[in-house]
Write a protein that binds this ligand. Sequence first.
Ligand SMILES: [Fe+2]
Ligand SMILES: [Fe+2]
Length: 402
Amino acid sequence: MSQAAGDVFGQRFVTVGWRLDRSPGMAQDRVSGVPVNATESALAELRAYCDVAVRHSYDQYEKHGTLHEKAHIAFHDDAVWKQTWVPDEFDVTDARLHPVFQETFTDRQRLAWNHFMWALDYSSIAQGERQIIVLNNFAVQHYGRVLPSVVELERRESFEETDHISAFAMVIEGVRQRYVGGTKPIWSVAASGFGSNSVNTVVRQAIGRLGNFVMGSNFPTLFFLARGMKTHGMKPFENAITRFEGGHKAIRMISHLHRLDESRHMATSLYLAQLSAAALDTMPKDNAFIFKQAVKAAFPPGRSSLYRLDYWKRVLDTADVYADVPQVEKDALFAHMSERIEANLASLHTVQTHVTRQANKRIVEECGLSPDMKRLFVEVMRQDPAYAATVDAVVLPEVGEA
Ligand SMILES: [Fe+2]
Ligand SMILES: [Fe+2]
């Protein structure tokens, strides 16, 4: 590995030590300056990375156990319901600033809101991870021929995501039983794919199969680009929850352990977004129409505000804990939230500004898409104010300049 392995899972992405060029023989080892074949160097880089990443995963699980066990511990402590779980300012709807929240809500209702915030974030993460478990396999399908250790790594990452989902589901169900009652569901709709979870369950296999066929190596490149950006978007929030002094210890531990796994997943995403075009023996297929649809499936227009507002509307209207709040007051609160969310999502959250901006700049600028597809990616993202903020630092060469 041309970069110290210690950097791989740290606060910053690893610097991949080869400058890649799709024309064979043009890449150079940064250290020796010796020309190397781009495909060979990409495969060597990935092989070394995969070995380290799989080993770290086993070591971590041996040391800390599963995330599901941590969730179990949290729910054997009654204090979990007496403490807040996340910093209040994470609520991008600014509900806490409205008179209904401040004056009508009781202390119990305000605390429930905080626990609902956790359930919103982690149900949307879990929905994304359900998609990822399936799509991981398809995205690395062609590595089975050229570098099986990538397939093995994705199998391991999918195992970790399964553990994460079961931990989050346990806590979300606890929130639901305590505050919602009956059988009414509270899970948010997915932030990617279709707005219906049952549709996503049915079509994600077909999308995976089709993706490789119609996009060639652009499929794994775009998939890992999107996966990396989404994973990284959550990291500053998990860092803050982990450090959150008012938070419950076991809830903080869930975020801490999850961020350790996700740091590895981010490094994997960066590597595979950057190197797949060179490493795979399938060619990228630059079809602008298909590419645009794929970007929109990963980042559906308007979804960032929609999945949050849909969740809060259901919470306000159906949760037993808010049953005694007059409907007119719920409506006033929800109108305020709908207005504030658009403005708040148009820029990165304060905890994201530095790390997320820089990480996204890097993963987009360095990914293996052609300059035209990179420009198209950024163009599509900038059509939606909530996604535009995530790529605002990206600078790409003008047409003909690359
Ligand atoms: Fe995860
Ligand atoms: Fe992940």
